[in-house]
Design a protein around this ligand. Sequence first.
Ligand code: NAP
Length: 455
Amino acid sequence: MLRVAVVGSGPSGCYTAQSLVQQDAEVRVDVLDRLPCPYGLVRYGVAPDHEKIKSLQGALRTVLEHERVRFLGGVPVGPGGVPADLLRRLYHAVVYCVGAAADRRLGVPGEDLPGSWPATEFVSWYSAHPDAADGGYVRGARTAVVVGMGNVAVDVVRILARGAAELSGTDMPEAALRALAAGRVREIHMVGRRGPSQARFTTKELRELGALPDTEVLADPAEAALDPAYRDPSALPAAARRNVEVVRGWAAAASGAVTGRPGRATRRIRLRFHLRPVELLARAGRVGAVRFERTVPDGDGGVTGTGRYEEIEAQLVLRSVGYRGVAPQGLPFDTANGTVPHLAGRVVRAGAVVPGVYVAGWIKRGPTGVIGTNRPCAKETVTSLLADAGLLAGADVPGGDPLTALRAEGVEPVEWAGWRAIERAEAELGAALGRTVVKLPDWESLLTAARAGSR
Ligand code: NAP
């Protein structure tokens, strides 16, 4: 009987556990997470107004409640937590499903000015991640620039543009809801360095911007038309073609309104293309504008600078230029891609497979794809792992429950009962506030609720 540790309880960790118990009738799986709450980015990344995607938690819950799967929350693996070596000794195999925990940087002057944030920190804050601080994101801001044209950019633009009435029905923490409700951001520029056919967002997400109440979406036809596929998108892959068609619709309705007269809506979202950030400019000690260089296509899918510049005023800048993986302790790491080198999920160091260590999800293939992409990715890894089962079973792994050994090291995990208690506390908080479920936003309240539930 194999004992497997899965590190990370986001979609890739849960799909890995699911695939393991589906394909092996005896395996026992511990899913470890440094947070007391499961589900990774489904809980702390999917936007609170995306209830349908969030409802995936139901499917992930079924996995973690499987009789041969155990959730162990509040267990960091690596420096300051459970040493990776120890985990390796306690289990026949360890699968790292730790995602991509850091952000890519722009690498331009002024990037770290007050008022300029990685978009993912803003996401963490309104998602109640216990490590997130209230950065005072929208305080005093009238105009925001969001750099990047991916789905995270669309998420943060949409949350900035939504009114409090629309957000109060979500599980957003109360402090974030109040801050956003009191915010005065009226202009949001979402800026891409390439054209609409090269944007990374999905059309469903893009279209949602056009459906926001009291908000108009504007795009400049001339700017968008620098993209050679803009005028005739028929040869594009379906997803890119649909994106271009949506942008064309907005550009036609606005008839050049990026600089033109605004309509009557309270808020405006301006899609800007072919502008690459070159500097964030300070005003009174914080960000006041972003300086962009205009770009043109280089004929090779990329862009080249034109030496012409434009400044866009902004008191809030959210840099949404992608996630980046962080090296798990003791594992080989490809710093260029932010991933762990692997062969079909088996970790590889200097051309040789590292026995018993596997990867799945973003740390394996990079921060791309939608949640469902993790399912085949996890399956591939599990197929490799189970093909190695004969070798793994021969490893010198102590009998008995690994949790006993972890406890001996001072680890006191939040088990499933503790997590269920957090869920109950969030429902009670929601009821007390006259809302539905409201997330607990800090370590203390999470751990207090979990402990009360474990007693
Ligand atoms: P992403 O899809 O990789 O988009 C990153 C964006 O940043 C691209 O537009 C990219 O432009 C731009 N960028 C990168 N470096 C830049 C630079 N130095 N200057 C200016 N722009 C730069 O990343 P993401 O939005 O963080 O999303 C990550 C993953 O999560 C994606 O797979 C996404 O689909 C997924 N996700 C899905 C949902 C959903 O389904 N609702 C929600 C959130 C996230 P270039 O293309 O020119 O490089």
